[in-house]
Design a protein around this ligand. Structure first.
Ligand code: YSA
Length: 328
């Protein structure tokens, strides 16, 4: 029986141990009561000849003592070493803390709220899961009206009540909800998430953000709208921009307009729909259209962010790519 090889391996394992766990594993491997290699050798002594028993027995017992001493020494070294690390070296450079980034849309949302608040608007919010009545009917878009095709809709099964429910296709339903609960005059914005069942491209998402605006009172005109929105854009972009108003159709306004902004490359990007609140909408909320008028608008928040930061594709906002978000 040659235990030279066993000794060499055991010493190497113990000395190279880097922590107490590895040390313990080495102890079990060689001195463990059940299957330790050296324990096995000692256990096998009874089967050896007297001659062999004497030689191997002496060597094995010496090795056992040697290894136990070595393990004790190693463990105390490791724990002293560990203690050294509990001292704080204040001269070492600190670890850089990874800070989170605000999503560009969160930033734009905050700026829009702040600018309108500074112009005396109240900020209100409404439900994303909406009733058909508020999203369509009360906005002068009855069922089977071809104008419903303007909004590709995610309908949601409703097993609770008989109401037809959908993910709101725009923030305009809050016009109705707000007027039902408040008297004119007032001026509000409604920022929020909107949903459409449509094919995505560089400027269309199925989930995006809008900001609704509604100003109602006696003698409100489209000129007021023009002044408010151009003042907003001047503050928002911090510079003069080129606007284009196009006549447009929305069932809940008369007249209706759309507003485009010219991009640096010369292309126009549609950023909002707007107009004077339709009489039928006032009727639906029991306002007297002979006493009050109002303008309303709905703009795409994502589109504003695209223009402000020069982002070519709306889908980047929702890609979840940290490299994109870290740039803002
Ligand atoms: C019109 C008149 C009002 O009195 C009040 C509001 C409105 C706007 C109307 N509710 C509406 O939703 N019009 S819209 O379908 O043209 O969308 C308004 C803006 O949302 C667009 O100008 C565009 O900037 C943005 N938008 C629309 N679909 C989008 C989108 N942005 C990203 N992805 C989409 N799929």
């Amino acid at each position: 029986m040659d235990i030279t090889n066993l000794r060499a391996r055991a010493i190497k394992d113990i000395e190279s141990a880097t922590d107490a766990k590895v040390c313990e594993a080495a102890r079990v491997r060689y001195l463990g009561r059940k299957e330790g290699e050296l324990t096995e050798v000692l256990r096998g002594l009874s089967k050896m000849s007297v001659e062999e028993k004497r030689r191997v027995g002496t060597e094995a017992n010496e090795l056992k003592q040697e290894l136990e001493a070595l393990l004790t020494k190693k463990l105390s070294e490791l724990s002293a070493h560990g203690k050294k690390h509990t001292h704080v070296d204040v001269t070492r450079p600190g670890k850089k803390m990874a800070l989170g980034h605000e999503h560009p849309l969160t930033k734009i949302d905050a700026q829009v709220r702040e600018i309108f608040s500074s112009m005396n608007f109240s900020v209100v919010e409404g439900p994303e899961l909406e009733e058909e009545h508020y999203n369509f009917d009360a906005l002068n878009i009855p069922a089977d009206h071809p104008a419903r095709d303007m909004w590709d809709t995610f309908w949601v099964k409703n097993e609770v009540s008989k109401k037809k429910m959908l993910m709101r296709t725009h923030t305009s339903p809050m016009q109705v909800r707000y007027m039902e609960a408040h008297e004119a005059p007032f001026q509000i914005i409604v920022p929020g998430r909107t949903f459409r069942y449509e094919a995505t491209d560089a400027s269309h998402e199925i989930n995006f953000y809008q900001v609704e605006g509604l100003v109602v009172g006696p003698d409100i005109t489209l000129a007021n709208f023009k002044y408010i929105i151009e003042t907003f854009f001047k503050k928002f972009f911090g510079k003069e921009l080129e606007f284009r108003y196009r006549p447009s159709y929305f069932p809940f306004v008369e007249p209706g307009v759309e507003l485009d902004i010219r991009l640096p490359g010369g292309k126009w990007l549609e950023v909002m729909g707007a107009g004077m609140v339709h009489r039928n909408v006032f009727d639906a909320v029991k306002y007297d259209y002979r006493k009050v008028q109002g303008f309303a608008f709905g703009m795409g928040l994502d589109r504003l962010a695209m223009i402000k930061y020069g982002i070519p594709d709306i889908r980047l906002f929702y890609s979840g790519d940290v490299r994109f978000i870290k740039q803002f």
